[in-house]
Design a protein around this ligand. Structure first.
Ligand SMILES: Nc1ncnc2c1ncn2[C@@H]1O[C@H](COP(=O)(O)OP(=O)(O)OP(=O)(O)O)[C@@H](O)[C@H]1O
Length: 354
């Protein structure tokens, strides 16, 4: 299932002129406050009428010159920042409400799967007022899923939660992503959240899409990283434990090479590594007596200079990694495209993705 979006809409303060495709998986829409993220997903869901354009899910047109399907007929599940549950209904009845609009209502097995995946078994008889913010959001996600949507839209679903509740709900979202459900359009301005969940990235600035493509490519691309915020760039790598554990460190296979990290939880699921550009040191010589565990050979691909730092894109093994260093270091090291060097990776964020 693929979503294709192209529309215009003028407001007094902002002209939206948005075009992108969202393939299967999770597509994150990222950008500063007021750039038009919510308006874009609202246009997709039928809550905002474009002035012109075309919005389609595969061949099914949701909006064009002659079509404007009402929200209930778009087969889109919507999870808002606040859960918007019915306060007088139990969790079970709130979940059942989603199914009422499903073109093919979910059977008992599907319902049981969603309840189990979102950990809702013990909450079914409770009412929303007695639930934590994180529990309410899990119910809202379950309700949206049980409407058997062709697409799930989530607009800042974690933004109203405190850090502990966010950490509690993220594993449910990663499980949802890994479970082969509908494609997800995920609005967020938190790159840590996006790095944990998304496959594709749309960057919006002032009503326009300024970057679209695979998330991992964007984080390792100096031009895209400059748009996203250079502090967010670096790399996002799939990782597989080799099974070797020494001194409580686990050996992981990654496209960059073999890395040693503090042993991840015993969970067998797939892992992602997030490396931030300012956690990467570049050395011309192979560093020997050094406390950092992860030193890999690399080659400079290109440098993009900013006012206070230079982003260096490096080929490391089969992948690219960005390093953020000072312009002075880039000069004194003689870093230019083609130069061989070594990267020292200081810290790596380990993300469980399934
Ligand atoms: N119904 C409306 N009428 C007039 N202007 C609107 C309307 N909806 C949105 N806008 C304008 O579009 C701008 C973008 O709003 P939108 O909520 O889509 O941005 P956003 O990127 O989701 O922002 P945030 O991250 O703060 O939620 C707003 O600042 C506002 O100027």
């Amino acid at each position: 299932m693929s979503l294709s979006v192209a529309f215009r809409r003028r407001f007094d303060g902002l002209s939206l002129d948005v075009a992108f495709d969202a393939p299967d998986g999770v597509t994150a829409i990222y950008g500063p406050s007021g750039c038009g993220k919510t308006s874009t997903v609202n246009a997709v869901a039928g809550l905002l009428r474009p002035d012109q354009g075309r919005i389609a899910l595969d061949d099914r047109v949701l909006f064009d010159d002659s079509t404007d399907l009402p929200p209930a007929r778009r087969r889109i599940g919507y999870v808002f920042q606040d859960a918007r549950l019915f306060p007088h209904l139990t969790v079970a009845k709130n979940l059942g409400y989603g199914a009422r609009f499903a073109p093919n209502p979910p059977d008992a097995a599907m319902r049981a799967r969603v309840i189990q995946m979102l950990g809702l078994d013990d909450l079914l008889d409770r009412r929303p007022a007695g639930l934590s913010g994180g529990e309410r959001q899990r119910v809202a996600i379950g309700r949206a899923l049980l409407s058997s949507p062709d697409l799930l839209v989530m607009d800042e679903p974690l933004a109203s939660l405190d850090p502990a509740r966010k950490a509690e709900i993220l594993p449910y979202l990663t499980r949802l992503r890994a479970g082969g459900g509908p494609p997800i359009l995920y609005v967020s301005h938190a790159m840590a959240e996006i790095a944990a969940l998304a496959d594709h990235l749309i960057v919006m600035i002032e009503g326009r899409v300024t970057h679209a493509g695979p998330l991992a490519d964007a984080l390792a691309d100096p031009d895209a990283a400059a748009l996203i915020g250079p502090a967010e760039g670096g790399a996002l790598l799939p990782a597989a434990p080799t099974g070797l554990i020494e001194d409580d460190l686990a050996q992981l296979d990654t496209p960059a090479g073999t890395l040693w990290l503090p042993r991840p939880a015993a969970h067998p699921g797939p892992l992602r590594l997030r490396i931030l550009a300012h956690e990467v040191i570049v050395s011309r010589d192979e560093p020997k007596a050094i406390s950092a565990l992860n030193v890999l050979p690399a080659r400079v691909l290109r440098l993009v200079g900013g006012p206070d730092r230079t982003l260096v894109q490096l080929q490391v093994g089969q992948t690219q990694i960005l390093a953020a260093i000072t312009a002075r270091s880039a000069r004194t090291l003689g870093l230019v495209a083609g130069v061989s060097c070594f990267v020292v990776i200081k810290t790596v964020g380990l993300i469980q993705t399934g």
